[in-house]
Design a protein around this ligand. Structure first.
Ligand SMILES: *Cc1c(COP(=O)(O)O)cnc(C)c1O
Length: 386
């Protein structure tokens, strides 16, 4: 026992030597564009609360009111006695919102992805994943026991080559908006290929839902794609929705299959009903407050044109994620620390979250950022050694 733990200590040292050691900062304020973290007041450019709903008064009120009605804990899994009227109502509203037959809540996005892929595939089937997919999708693919193939990022030709072998069920899985690059999946091409190859297509729209599309319907609304084009839609509630949890939406048969077979659905406690109620309110705001998406777009434009003037190289994307590629992990960390000293929280993203040699600053925007915040960040970026 003790010797194996000294191995662990050695591993930790190695992680430190590679500038890959991670530690947590203590936050002592609500989530927002100005937060207090490690006793310092900072302007926050690292949150996924894209629409500024995590601390919205109406969302908070809905949560509080629901705790009067339901208390805090849900007490059990959905299939035992944890599925409240609030959960049911939220599922129906999410189905409506996404234009799908049914929606099913999961307690987290990580669990949704693992549950769905494992429920749909068995040994003898095949799963095809974009190399840059979120860890939960990759883990889901590996755990499913299906033959696991990764294709080059958004490379349809590479995917096509990997799909030559035809046995078993085939599932293509991709992030909608790639979480560390901010670019959009090439969905029109993917849907065509999926139809051509008689494969199922699954989209994880954690970073597109609420942000993209006229009413926040996400990447599928952005491209005008339906349940027939993309049978499996997964999205999370802890990012643009500002609450917690996730859902999968699709056909009656898909959702009933998940209720029977997705182990991360069956064997876990339901999210608190109050979280579901808070999310119902946040869903209303996502749909009605189109101005949040508009303001977010304006801030992104301001940042992108300012960055261009500074000669900074950004990737081409309309999403709220604007990464600045640095390369070396230690340099990314140093720059992030420099920015923090100046009062800006911008996270350095390092391997294994991104490929080796591709460490970056991941700058994210919120509808609650003011023009001044963006200008101040640009000034700060101008002073650090990029
Ligand atoms: C955040 C994220 C998840 C995980 O969702 P959680 O609800 O945080 O567990 C899954 N997929 C993608 C693309 C994500 O960005």
């Amino acid at each position: 026992m003790s010797s194996s733990f000294s191995n662990l200590a050695h591993e930790l040292e190695q992680i430190k030597l590679q500038s890959l050691y991670r530690s947590r900062r203590l936050i002592s304020s609500p989530q927002g564009v100005e937060i207090e973290i490690d006793d310092q007041q900072v302007i926050n450019f690292s949150s996924n609360d894209y629409l500024g709903l995590a601390n919205h008064p109406e969302v908070i009120n809905a949560f509080k009111k629901a705790t009067d009605e339901y208390g805090v804990g849900s007490g059990s899994a959905h299939l035992i006695c944890g599925h409240s009227r609030s959960h049911q109502a939220l599922e129906e509203e999410l189905a409506d919102f996404t234009g799908r037959d049914r929606a099913l809540l999961f307690s987290t996005g990580y669990m949704a992805n693992i549950g769905v892929i494992s429920a749909l595939l068995n040994r003898g089937d095949q799963v095809f994943e974009d190399r840059l997919n979120h860890a939960s999708l990759l883990d889901g693919g590996l755990l499913s026991g299906a033959k696991f193939k990764r294709y080059r990022h958004s490379d349809i030709n590479d995917l096509q080559r990997k799909m030559l072998h035809t046995e078993g069920r085939k599932l293509i899985v991709t992030d909608g908006v790639f979480s560390m690059d901010g670019d959009l999946a090439v969905l029109p091409e993917l849907t065509r290929l999926a139809k051509d190859k008689n494969a199922w297509l699954m989209i994880d729209d954690a970073h597109g839902i609420s942000v993209l599309g006229a009413t926040g319907g996400g990447i599928l609304q952005h491209y005008g794609l339906t349940q027939q084009d993309v049978p499996v839609l997964m999205a999370t509630l802890g990012k643009g929705f500002g609450t917690f949890g996730a859902f999968v939406a699709g056909s009656e048969v898909l959702v009933e299959t998940l209720i029977q077979k997705a182990r991360t659905y069956v064997f876990t406690t339901a999210m608190p009903a109050a979280v579901a109620e808070a999310t119902r309110t946040s869903l209303k705001l996502v749909i009605t407050d189109g101005w949040r998406r508009e303001v977010l777009r304006l801030r992104l434009e301001r940042f992108r044109s300012g960055a261009e003037q500074l000669g900074l190289k950004l990737m081409q994307t309309d999403s709220a994620i604007q990464p600045l590629l640095i390369g070396d992990s230690q340099r990314a960390v140093d720059i992030s620390n420099d920015l923090l000293k100046q009062g800006f929280l911008v996270s350095a993203i390092r391997p294994p979250t991104v490929p080796k040699g591709e460490a970056r600053l991941r700058i994210t925007f919120s509808a609650n950022h003011r023009e001044q915040h963006v200008d101040q960040l640009l000034d700060a970026l101008d002073t650090v050694a990029l």
